[in-house]
Design a protein around this ligand. Structure first.
Ligand code: AMP
Length: 290
């Protein structure tokens, strides 16, 4: 397994592999790797000749009051996890190399960001697409693997690839969960024991919402209100949002008549957790349509 820190070296290596006709799979991450990330790695490993994983906590996608400095990091352990999953290259760029000069060009996401996390995390998705555009140009992937856990990110990156004509296929990977349903996340380490127990109820809340649709409810407003009540009854977390939207357009709808996302963000003392499920108008979970 190669460990590459230099942007230039990474790009030269990817280019050489492409010239040999190898397919390149790419898994972008911010590290502190867990089984959710490993699900992406495993799928990329199966489907490509060369797999590159990047570990880069991107300052551009954190707001001034967010947890950039406190974001959990453990490079040594991450490298072991990459080795175990037979990654070919771990790309570990430094902030100063990625953003060597002040940027003259900034990418701006026009749609799909005035809802869910985009509403409160102003500028977050501009930072995400900017770093991904750079990483795509550095690692030259054919396939890029993203977790449906961050479904708004998948929707925005789908637009990035289509709008800017990247010759890349986005591969959405289902959310990996703990035994009690809590979505695996690097931020779960910041939950107290009691909060950790309560956090499992978030997935139950989403499933409860889906059951309402299965039972014939078609009005998003009613489902959202019921899911909020469920969260308030079962946790002490602060609800930032519960939303039900068409997916991947992320348009609001009065009536569920196509693929939709039911998503939530709930804040506990030191951890802001997000989760979602995507289902069709009958409440059934199908393969994701982008
Ligand atoms: P992050 O390191 O948080 O930026 O995540 C890197 C990638 O891993 C993103 O595409 C995430 O959606 C994905 N990911 C994070 N948690 C999970 C999970 N529990 N299941 C599946 N994918 C995940």
């Amino acid at each position: 397994m190669k460990i590459i820190e230099s942007v230039q070296e990474m790009q030269a290596y990817a280019l050489a592999c492409k010239k040999q006709g190898k397919s390149v799979g790419f898994v972008p991450t911010m590290g502190y790797l867990h089984e959710g990330h490993e699900a992406l790695m495993k799928q990329a490993r199966k489907e490509n000749d060369l797999v590159v994983i990047s570990i880069f906590v991107n300052p551009l996608q954190f707001g001034a009051n967010e947890d950039y400095d406190d974001y959990p990091r453990d490079e040594r352990r991450d490298i072991q996890v990459c080795r175990k999953n037979q990654m070919d290259v771990v790309f570990l760029p430094k902030v100063g190399d990625m953003y060597a000069s002040s940027q003259t060009i900034a990418l701006h996401v026009e749609k799909r960001t005035n809802v869910l996390c985009g509403r409160t995390r102003v500028g977050h998705f501009n930072g995400v697409v900017t770093v991904l555009a750079k990483l795509f140009n550095i690692t030259l992937p054919d396939y890029v693997y993203f977790g449906i856990k961050d479904a708004q990110q998948v929707a925005v990156v789908d637009s990035l690839v289509k709008d800017l004509n990247y010759p890349i296929s986005i591969v959405p990977v289902p959310t990996k969960r703990e035994a009690d349903g809590l979505a695996k996340s690097s931020r779960n380490v910041y939950l107290s024991n009691q909060e950790r127990e309560e956090a499992a109820q978030l997935y139950q809340a989403l499933q409860f919402g889906r059951t309402l649709v299965k039972d014939g409810q078609t009005k998003p407003a009613i489902i959202v209100s019921e899911v909020k009540n469920f969260i308030r009854q079962h946790t002490n977390g602060q609800i930032e949002y519960v939303e039900l939207l068409n997916y991947p357009s992320l348009h609001t709808t009065e009536e569920i008549d196509q693929q939709v996302i039911l998503a939530l963000a709930v804040t506990f003392t030191k951890a802001r957790l997000i989760d979602n499920i995507i289902f069709d108008e009958n409440g059934m979970i199908q393969n994701l349509i982008l």
